[in-house]
Design a protein around this ligand. Structure first.
Ligand code: NI
Ligand code: MN
Length: 226
């Protein structure tokens, strides 16, 4: 499969059979190189309800008919908007036709704000373990450092981890180095930085210091093959 990074927490995965988007925040994401009106999607996976993660999910799912997989309260909310949403919860795994999704916990918050300012509670935030053809990708979502990352790393053979480094809203680079040690992925890609002034970071300063696994400072649009 081919995996590419598109700024903030946006990840695109192209398998032999499916186009999968994680946290497709495109409109308003000055780093993103995707076009919400043409991006292909069969599946959209969401880590939590914040607008910089749900992003263009509604428009993309309405256009493509993509299935949306999210934690339960967010899935119920999106289902009421007419999307084909599959709700899960922390610690649960489910095998779909595109692969297996397991939600981990994340230490963060989760709500969704409508255009008119109405705020909806969207349950727990999470991280996503996605296993496709014996390869496991771990998108940590937005989170602080927490010690269960060690347990998750011990229990799962993780090939590629997307770890937030921006600080302010999530863990910063120093904590993200500890997270990389605990998650024990073969490849570590920093995310959730440089989108806003308060989360400016130099990706290579982080990836150069990653001790466990290989740090990959993916450029926007850059693709790797697993
Ligand atoms: Ni968030
Ligand atoms: Mn965020």
């Amino acid at each position: 499969m081919k995996i590419s990074y598109h700024g903030h927490s946006v990840v695109k995965i192209k398998t032999e059979t499916h186009n999968i988007l994680i946290d497709p925040f495109i409109t308003g994401n000055s780093l993103c190189d995707l076009d919400p009106e043409t991006v292909e999607a069969d599946v959209i996976l969401l880590t939590h309800g914040h607008n910089d993660h749900v992003g263009d999910t509604m428009a993309i799912a309405e256009r493509t008919g993509a299935q949306v997989v999210a934690l339960n309260e967010l899935a119920v909310y999106l289902g009421k908007k007419g999307l084909n949403a599959h709700g899960m919860n922390i610690g649960g795994a489910y095998t779909f036709d595109f692969g297996t999704v397991k939600f981990t916990k994340a230490f963060h918050s989760s709500s969704y704000e409508e255009e008119d300012g109405t705020v909806h509670y969207t349950g727990m935030p999470g991280g996503i373990l996605l296993t496709i053809n014996d390869k496991t990708i771990y998108h940590l979502g937005d989170t602080s450092l927490f010690s269960d990352l060690k347990m998750i790393g011990d229990m799962h053979d993780i090939d590629l981890a997307f770890i937030p480094i921006g600080d302010n809203f999530t863990m910063g680079p120093e904590d993200a180095l500890v997270a990389a040690d605990w998650v024990q992925a073969k490849y570590v890609v920093p995310v959730h930085y440089n989108t806003f002034p308060v989360i400016e970071q130099v990706a290579r300063d982080y990836t150069d210091k990653v001790k466990t696994g290989k740090g990959l400072p993916l450029e926007v649009g850059e693709e790797i093959t697993l």
